[in-house]
Write a protein that binds this ligand. Structure first.
Ligand code: PLP
Length: 404
């Protein structure tokens, strides 16, 4: 009889979001008159920009006639989109990335989940703690994580890099050298950013040790401060050690449309093999491309109107982030993030763990956050709030928390 992939049986239940949903449901059933505000959501709420809608309509109409109909997309994505990305996201920032080093996809979750396939099963993986759970779970699925240590809440073959108040929520270079290093900046869940100098240290470390950095910059559009790199390729030597993952989801509201891309420079070589070739083979074999109409919508994001319109949405969310940060700080809470990211990392009051504070917030302020411990053991004692909600509801949520 066929045996199932035993690694899947090691996966932890998707405890975090199902437990949140359960607690909110129970509270709402008991208190139907209470108006609950959700600041736990990681999905955008603003509609797509008009320039994107217009491009979608046009591309849909093209499918109605034989002359303009489009079938399978090219493996790497349409050239019109890859050229635009290379020009706007890279060359405009002084990064040497060419269109044929860009692989268009249906989003960063798929790419950051799938990319580990091109590395050996023995590869030692390092992740920040707390962490976007996809990096860990996909390595559990492929058998790289080892066994789960219940007491510590960690996998014994994964190298955890704690991001705490003490180190400013920035990971330190690990003493045990990993093969694969997942970095995400601006960070989900802590909302922290990394300076160019600090990122350069990671690039130098990876090049010195032969490691590869998987740099997830899904939130780069939210950077507001100078000196914070939008791309790892702003660092010298990154072409030789880094893969970058990008998403149109939070930048342009494509969480439902689905579009992202991965950059693998041709000069990134390990064991004499170009990683670009491996990913090209994987992409060509297992993936048939993001839809033409969605790639056209993606191209519209880079037009002058598209650029202004996506900026308006990002500014809307970042105004929420400021409301949360300022409001909670003046109420005496300790918060970080929210300046270069749509996430605010709220420290729980002394002696209160993440889940206890989650319950207090739900019961006393009728506000839903995400318990930090759900992202890893170093998230204990924190709650993640997001800026993706409605502006007035965000003001009301902050008022309620401040009055608690
Ligand atoms: C760090 C990070 N990477 C990737 C993703 C997924 O992006 P996409 O919608 O493009 O799959 C998310 C979504 O929440 C994220 O937080």
């Amino acid at each position: 009889m066929i045996e199932v992939n035993q690694n899947y049986l090691k996966l932890r239940g998707s405890y975090l979001f199902s437990e949140i949903a359960k607690r909110v449901r129970e509270y709402s059933t008991m208190n139907p008159e209470k108006k609950i505000i959700r600041l736990g959501i990681g999905d955008v709420t603003r509609p797509l920009p008009p320039a994107v809608i217009e491009a979608l309509h046009k591309a849909v109409d093209e499918q109605a006639s034989a002359e303009t109909f489009m079938g399978y997309a090219p493996d790497l994505g349409y050239e019109f989109l890859r050229n635009t990305i290379a020009e706007n996201d890279y060359r405009a920032r002084g990064c040497d990335i060419s269109p044929d080093e860009i692989f268009v996809s249906d989003g960063a979750k798929s790419d950051c989940g799938n990319i580990q396939e091109i590395f050996s099963e023995q590869a030692r993986v390092a992740v920040c703690d707390p962490v976007y759970p996809v990096y860990v779970d996909t390595n559990v699925m492929s058998g790289r994580a080892g066994s789960f240590d219940e007491a510590k809440g960690i996998w014994d073959r994964i190298i955890y890099m704690p991001c705490t108040e003490k180190n400013g929520f920035a990971p330190e270079l690990p003493t045990e050298v990993p093969d694969l290093i997942y970095l995400c900046f601006p960070n989900n869940p802590t909302g922290s950013a990394i300076t160019k100098e600090a990122l350069q240290e990671w690039v130098d470390y990876a090049n010195k040790n032969g490691s590869v950095i998987l740099y997830d910059s899904a939130y780069e559009a939210y950077i507001t401060e100078e000196g914070i790199p939008h791309s790892i390729y702003e660092c010298e030597g990154a072409r030789e050690c880094a893969i970058e993952l990008r998403s149109f989801s939070k930048k342009a509201g494509f969480t439902g449309l689905r579009l992202g891309y991965t950059v693998i420079p041709r000069s990134l070589v390990r064991g004499g093999v170009m990683l670009h070739s491996l990913w090209a083979r994987r992409h060509g074999t297992k993936y048939n491309g993001a839809p033409y109409i969605v790639q056209k919508a993606g191209e519209a994001v880079y037009t002058p109107e598209g650029d202004i319109q996506i900026r308006e949405n990002i500014d809307y969310y970042m105004r929420n982030a400021k409301v949360i940060t300022d409001g909670l700080m003046s109420a005496g809470h300790s918060v970080s993030g929210g300046i270069n990211a749509p996430y605010i990392w709220l420290k729980t009051p002394a002696g209160t763990d993440s889940w206890k504070f989650f319950d207090t917030l739900l019961h006393e302020a009728n506000v839903v956050g995400t318990p930090g411990v759900g992202f890893g053991p170093s998230g204990e004692g924190y709650l993640r709030l997001t800026a993706f909600g409605d502006y007035d509801a965000t003001i009301e949520a902050v008022r309620r928390i401040a009055e608690m």
